[in-house]
Design a protein around this ligand. Sequence first.
Ligand code: FAD
Length: 390
Amino acid sequence: MNTPTTTPAAFQTDVVVVGLGAFGSAALWRLAARGVRVTGVERFGVGHALGSSHGATRLFRVACYEHPALAPLALRSLALWTELGERTGEVLVRQTGCLNTGSPTSAPVAGTLAAAEVAGVPVKTLNAEEVRQTYPGYAWLDDDDLGVLDPWAGICYPERNVRAHVAEARRLGAEVFEHTTVTAVETTDDGVLVRTPTATIAARQVVVATGAWLGTLVPDLPLDPRRMPMFFFRAHPGHEQDYALDAFPAFTRALPDGTEVWGHGSAEDYGIKLGLLPDGENFAPTQAETLDRFVHASDSAELSAAVARAFPGVDPTPEKATPCMVNNTPDEQFVIGRPHGTERVVVAGGDSAHGFKHAAGVGELVAQLVVGEDPFLDTGFVDPRRFATA
Ligand SMILES: Cc1cc2nc3c(=O)[nH]c(=O)nc-3n(C[C@H](O)[C@H](O)[C@H](O)COP(=O)(O)OP(=O)(O)OC[C@H]3O[C@@H](n4cnc5c(N)ncnc54)[C@H](O)[C@@H]3O)c2cc1C
C-alpha cells in the first residue's frame, strides 16, 4: 500500500472490491446482497481467461483433506450457488460425486475419510473390485486400493460462476468498472483511496482480491505465485463412454508411486480434464505480470506419463491446454482477513490451487468481515496475521 497523496477522489462509495475473479466477484455479490454500496474494479473483462479462474471447470470437493475447516466453506458455497442457480436457471455446481482412490493410507483415501468424519459427509468406501465394476475407467486400479466416494462433490464452472456473481451483484445495485487497473491502494484517516489511471475512488473499506497479482497491491504477505497450465484429454476410440463425466466423475487418485492425479470425465463442450499434484515442472514460480503464456510440450510430460500408467482408455497426449496461475502460501491455506495495521483493507487470496470450490463461501466470509458480522466459521486458519504471529 502507498502513502496518501492529495489528488481528490472522483468517485465515492462505501466498499471497493479490487479484482473480480473467483474471490472478488463473490465478495462483490455477497456485499451487494447485504445492501452495501459496493463498487467492483477489474483490470480485464468479467469472466476472462488471464488469471486463475478459467478453463471451463474446477473440481468441487466437500470432504477436503487439505484442512478440516474447509468442508463448511465448500458447503456454504454449495448452498449459495444452488440458491443463485435456482434463481437464474444456471447450473453452477454439478454434483457428480468425487471418487478418491489410492492405498488406504494415501491422502485421497485416509484424508478424505478423516475430513468426512469431521464434517459429517456421508462418504461411501468401496474396495478395488467394486470401484472397477462401477467405474470401468479404473480398470488398472491396484487390488489393495480403496475408493472413497464423496456424494456431495462434483464440478463447478469458473467463468460461468464468476459472471453469475457479477451479474447478481449488478442486479442488487453494485457498480462495476471493467478494463480498469487499480494502480495503488492508499489508506487515509477515514478510509481508503483506490487509484486507477483515470479516476480515484474514495471508500470506507477496500477488498483486495487480485489473485496472483495480490502481492503487487498488498506487499509483505508470504505469497508464492506459480504457473500451472491445465490440460484436457480425449479417450481412445471405443472408450468414450468409460471416460464421460457420468461414468468418470470428479476424482483424486494416488498412484502406487505416490503421484497424485486429479480430474473428471468429459461432458458438454469440454474433454477429460486431468492434472497432477504436486505438479513438478508444470508448477514453476512466476510473476503474474510476466507469466509465460505459451504451453510447451514439456509442461505435460510428467502428467502424460502418469495418465499412461493410470487410465488405460485415455490418450496420454493432451488435446487442449491453457495457461493458468495459482498463488501459494506457506501452509497452503488462503489469506482472508485484515493484514496487520490495515483496518480498512481486507484481502482475499493465497488460493494455493484449491480455492475455486470455496469462492462463494469466501465471498460470504469477506462480506461478514467488512460489515462486522460474526463470521460463519473460525477464520484463524486463513487469517493473514497467522504468518506474522508464527
Ligand atoms: C490448473 C488449475 C487447476 C485448478 N483446479 C482447481 C480445482 O479443481 N478446484 C478448485 O477449487 N480450485 C482449483 N484451482 C484453483 C482456483 O482456480 C483458484 O483458487 C481461484 O481461481 C483463485 O481465484 P482468485 O480470485 O484468487 O484469482 P483470480 O480469479 O485470478 O482473480 C483475480 C482477479 O484480479 C484481477 N486483477 C489483478 N490485478 C488487478 C488490478 N491491479 N486491478 C484490477 N483488477 C486486478 C485479475 O484480472 C483477476 O480477474 C485450480 C487452479 C489452476 C491454475
